[in-house]
Design a protein around this ligand. Structure first.
Ligand SMILES: *Cc1c(COP(=O)(O)O)cnc(C)c1O
Length: 387
């Protein structure tokens, strides 16, 4: 049966051969989405080119207005990447030299890097054993007189325990930031991610649930002062032309990215719906005891930016899957606190046991909205055959 299915995959009609990239099933692919969007995106990009408004102006303003409205926030500021969104958000709330910012050890490296770029000190906290999101119980002992903020990361698209983090930040006079780079469109009690905290940061890296055609990011907030400060900082620290209030950056979003994102935003809910549908098929049908999925508490939402499993003999599972033409990925194989770049913080192996275990066992399965039923069935079937 297995070989039959594989032959079927290889001999799929023309359109699908692009998708399989030599009949390999990647963990992620944009080819199908591009086919679907081609005409609309070409038109949007042509409009930018014909207008010659490559930066500033109406394309950025339109996207900022529409994304703020999508998130339910008063303000959105488009920036050059998720990393710059985090850095500018931290600067806008006043993070400076020596300030401590608490965040999970198992996140993409950009989260702590942004803290460091402000002169702050990232304080890494372990994740929960099953949700893989930051463990609220482990935050409290890390709070010191230097702590200014907590960054929650909605890991893989699953909302962190925002109610508990909210309580911790308000009890301790701290600010709560969201790194929502993997969670565009998640919602709790009707509130969108990005708006679950004081200030929300998004990446629009091409592989995210809402991805640009290059690099882009955004900050959303209901705080006018912070949004204005970010607008100033992204534009060389200028409020008025050639009058520099601060030593700012060039971290503006460009118009082509804004135009592309405005088109793609219309489809985000539909793509997320498909991601949820595919993920629930995996969750219902994969019944292999050697494979563990991310736990989702009832109150949590998930947009399955990544469908991650753990398995304690990861390398053996990877080889098994590769032999069946399935190519999973790893997010992320080294936790932030053990990265060479942070060796000066003197963390040791064993400091964040759950994050470390996740790093050594995690595997991101193929999941994207355009995945076909047959391919989903094939991957599920293959996972169930692993022993
Ligand atoms: C992608 C990502 C970022 C970085 O975004 P860039 O746009 O690549 O700078 C930050 N945090 C998390 C959690 C991410 O997934």
């Amino acid at each position: 049966m297995n070989s039959l299915k594989q032959i079927k995959l290889i001999t799929l009609p023309d359109k699908s051969s692009v998708f399989f990239m030599n009949s390999q099933i990647p963990y992620f692919s944009l080819n199908r989405q591009m086919e679907f969007l081609r005409e609309e995106i070409y038109n949007a990009i042509h409009q930018v080119i014909d207008s010659t408004e490559f930066t500033f102006g109406r394309f950025i303003e339109t996207f900022e207005r529409e994304f703020a409205s999508y998130c339910g926030t008063d303000y959105c500021v488009g920036v050059s990447s998720g990393t710059s969104a985090l850095q500018l958000a931290l600067l806008s709330i006043g993070i400076q030299q020596g300030d401590e910012v608490i965040l999970p050890g198992n996140t993409f490296f950009a989260t702590p890097a942004a803290v460091s770029h402000c002169g702050g000190i990232p304080v890494f906290v372990d994740c929960e054993k099953d949700t893989w999101n930051i463990d609220p119980e482990k935050i409290i002992p890390q709070i010191t007189s230097k702590t200014k903020a907590i960054i929650g990361v909605h890991l893989y698209g699953e909302t962190f325990n925002y109610a508990k983090l909210r309580k911790i930040t308000s009890d301790n006079g701290l600010l709560l930031l969201e790194d929502a780079s993997q969670a565009h469109g998640t919602k709790i009690n009707g509130i969108m991610s990005g708006n679950l905290s004081d200030i929300g940061c998004f990446s629009f890296f091409p592989s995210k649930n809402l991805g640009a055609f290059g690099e882009a990011g955004a900050v959303v907030t209901n705080n006018k002062d912070w949004s204005e400060k970010i607008k100033m900082l992204r534009n060389y620290g200028m409020k008025q032309k050639f009058s520099h209030e601060e030593i700012g950056f060039n971290m503006k979003m460009d118009s082509i990215q804004a135009a592309v994102l405005t088109v793609k935003l219309k489809y985000l809910n539909e793509w997320n719906r498909k991601r949820r549908q595919i993920a629930s098929k995996f969750l219902n049908e994969v019944n292999n005891p050697l494979i563990t999925f991310q736990h989702k508490p009832i109150w949590a939402d998930h947009v399955y930016h990544l469908l991650v499993i753990t398995s304690n003999e990861r390398q053996r599972l990877i080889e098994f899957l590769n032999n069946k033409n399935i190519f999973p990925a790893q997010h992320y194989p080294i936790p932030c606190h053990l990265q060479k770049a942070y060796s000066f913080l003197n963390y040791n192996i064993g400091d964040l046991p759950n994050a470390e275990r996740l790093a050594s066992e995690c595997l991101s399965l193929p999941l994207f909205p355009e995945m076909e039923e047959e391919v989903i069935d094939y991957v599920i079937d293959t996972l169930n055959r692993y022993e």
